[in-house]
Design a protein around this ligand. Sequence first.
Ligand code: ADP
Ligand code: MG
Length: 603
Amino acid sequence: MSDIIRLLSDAVANQIAAGEVIQRPASVLKELVENALDAGATSVRVVIKDAGRTLIAVSDNGKGMSDTDARMAFERHATSKITDAQDLFHIRTMGFRGEALASIAAVAQVEMRSRQAESELGTFIEIAGSRMVRQEAVQCDKGTTFQVKNLFFNVPARRRFLKSDSVEKTHLLNEFYRIALVNPGIEFYFYDGDEEVFHLQESNLKVRIDQVFGNARRKMSQQLLDIEAGTSLVSLKGFVGRPESAQKSAHQYFFVNGRYMRHPYFHKAVMMAYSQLIPAGENPHYFIYFEVDPETIDINIHPTKTEIKFENEQAIWSILSAAVKESLGKFNVVPSIDFDRDESSEIPVLRPDMPVVQPQTSFNPAYNPFQSSGHSYSRPSVNWEALFRQNENFDRSQPEPPGPSSQQQLHEDVETSGVYFQMKDRYILTSVKSGMLVIDQRRAHIRVLFDEYMKELSQRKGFSQQLLFPEYIELMPEELPFFEQIRDDLRVLGFDTELEDGCRLMVRGIASQLRSSEKVVPLISDMLVRVKNSYGDSGEKIREELALSLAESSAIPAVGRMSNEEMAHLTEQLFACPQHQHTPDGRTIMIIISQEELANRFK
Ligand code: ADP
Ligand code: MG
């Protein structure tokens, strides 16, 4: 029998791949405008005809391309923006996959003119259905112009699949907004046929929002409040709508590092800040710009997806939530007492629709006083005894009280000196048999708590503390099945919950080690996201996700002063964990700098 497997021709392969990247005229607009920005343009002009069906043209005054680069640009995986896999972790350009132009050229008739500032003549390329028609020298302005004609001319099925002109135009405008709103320093023109729809002059963020969404009657910016927060994890700025400007379909935009993103989890943080301020069914406007270290996000998920994964999602959730509440409070749109975060006096919002419940007093045996909530500035004194006792309660099968003798339980290599030093309020240093041991304090605590929670889950007994006033979480209907899935485990971990009106979750009790009730809402949201992402995984895997989420919420902060006893105790607890080298998600907890290494450095 003869062989039947053949390699597809480039043209066919490109056309198939184009289905992924280029779904409609709006995808072409996005890719071309992003390329213009990546090329350093300060002015970009977009022209569409027939909702992009017959023409999408984008001209820029960017750096242009050489003759060879112009040809190369249409090859699949041809990019000037990254060279190796490592670069994927510091992406600052919009593009990096090198597939947009190849895809566009596979499914349309493309003409391109491009000239670099230093060249006298530019280059002209015509390419259709991946086939180079011609390339020649041409006189043209500095920069690059793409004309993409008759999209899907060679893929009739796709062409038929396009929606009405008005729908496709809405998509085109939405893509345009997503780029224009985060690039206020760039001038943009947008023409629909001969009609100028937008001429956005170079400006700042606030003015740009007005240029895009304002109208003659009312400036958009008058309906907005500033928000701002700067931390080492994230800096965020932008605007949220005054509650009275909420409407059914609001303008809601998140951007991260200059790129539009969708983020249902962060969206919830914003929505919850408004929960008592706007009527059900209405939505606040928001334009929120995040800046984070590019290494801490993953934008690599899918070419057309706008979801972005953050490494520090929970912490950023809390920062965002606090920032929105603060700005709503600062501008006196709600009584400022709601934002008084003094730990000692939690005055709840009175909800008229809630039944009045008898306050219950409770105390938390696992109270972990050196854990800062992020809002209190005093550093309370430490009570390790409490932690010891709580540990005893937790595991009665281990009768030996912790004390000097537990030093012997340490890993055989790690006979600590008993003398601890805390560096930068963040690392625990001690001398061990083989050299110097350095422990990341927060990661160590995460490991310790994680192991405890896993034990509680497997023994089906944990500890709860009643809240003085219940917390409420609005669940989305699609989250309900995930909640049902973890309801039992949550109960074991100490969460006393009740579902009201189908979707409102009342939390009356929380895990005993989760010191602040403020954390419960982001925590449960985070758990639901994790369960959703672990869809199809085993029950054990899901319990691990829950335990990790709870451990991250209840662990000590990355930076915070510890006493000698605390460091000694945490170190002991850590070495009692079978896996003390790494956090459950694989991050390094400790390193040992060997004596030899030290000696070498002193040579
Ligand atoms: P990517 O943007 O992922 O690199 P593209 O297929 O969109 O991939 O573009 C391929 C290459 O073509 C880019 O890396 C860039 O070098 C070049 N290029 C595309 N558009 C422009 C432009 N408007 N100005 C200058 N160079 C461009
Ligand atoms: Mg690109």
